[in-house]
Design a protein around this ligand. Sequence first.
Ligand SMILES: *[C@@H]1O[C@H](CO)[C@@H](O)[C@H](O)[C@H]1NC(C)=O
Length: 356
Amino acid sequence: MSQRRYSPFSFCCALFIPLLFVHHVYASTSSTNSPQVQTLNTKPDIINPKLPPRTLSSSKKFEGSSDLVHLRYHMGPVLSSAPINIYLIWYGRWANSQKLLIKDFINSISPSTVAAKPSVSDWWRTVSLYTDQTGANVSRSILIAGEYADSAYSHGTGLTRLTIQQVIASAVRSAPFPVDHKNGIYLILTSQDVTMQDFCRAVCGFHYFTFPSMVGYTLPYAWVGNSGKQCPEVCAYPFAVPGYMGGGGPGALKPPNRDVGVDGMISVIGHELAELSSNPLVNAWYAGEDPTAPTEIGDLCEGLYGTGGGGGYIGQVMRDGKGRTFNLNGRRGRKFLVQWIWSPELKACAGPNALD
Ligand SMILES: *[C@@H]1O[C@H](CO)[C@@H](O)[C@H](O)[C@H]1NC(C)=O
């Protein structure tokens, strides 16, 4: 998402989930046979209430018209070798159940996953439609190739865009992770007690690449924080809604895995992985004239999870027997709610739970 107010380094490739305004929520009759579709009407707004609200939701604008989007390829690489190797860094305190949930999501991406439809792997297919100049597609398979836990908060409980690279450097030295220039990426996940520069205020996650001076070499990475304690109404929306909209009350949707913070992270992780894979060095797929503030394939569909989404409405998604909201199935019967991705084929936001 473009963040032109800020310096390029600080804000390239950040995901900011816009604060949405809920008009009302209603559910269809919950007979077990009818497709259980839940709708949530929201109006887009910007996090700073002093800023004028956008007149058009970006989702609606982009879903309805491809003319306004000039997503272009800028000749750089995409992550095309299979599998994409993810090196996970758990920073802070993580419950095993939370780690399992996130790993189940990542491990659901590869096409060999056994999962009901619409599946996470079907969702990633849209990402795999992006190619580099040799015609090679983004890989369809993703593997967790290594993990490192920094439960001692070795770089403190408040991180910045620069110190996060020190976290990676420490992990790379102590894990040790192989230097995986072919298809390696780092994913740094911070627990709910860790603050990050501009977390909640402007970003829920971001991706960039490491610098040789800090980490020893250049590799793409992404950071996503657990917003559960700090700002679920911003970064775990729609599982939490702002106080003026009733806090965690009737406006909020039930998270599929009963963990507002981590269920909220899943969509942000999906967003960042999609962008890392199609724009790992920030010189491949993005829209906009300014490479320091690119609009990428996840940014274009922020806040949109199903058919009809736009204008602040998340779109038609499913609801399980316990009233929990989801739009994708994963391995081991998992359910997730993950935003749609811009499709280069359809020139619109796309997801496997589309009704048309
Ligand atoms: C690769 O991307 C092209 C262009 O989007 C698409 O037509 C093709 O189906 C993709 N191939 C695979 C194997 O996904």
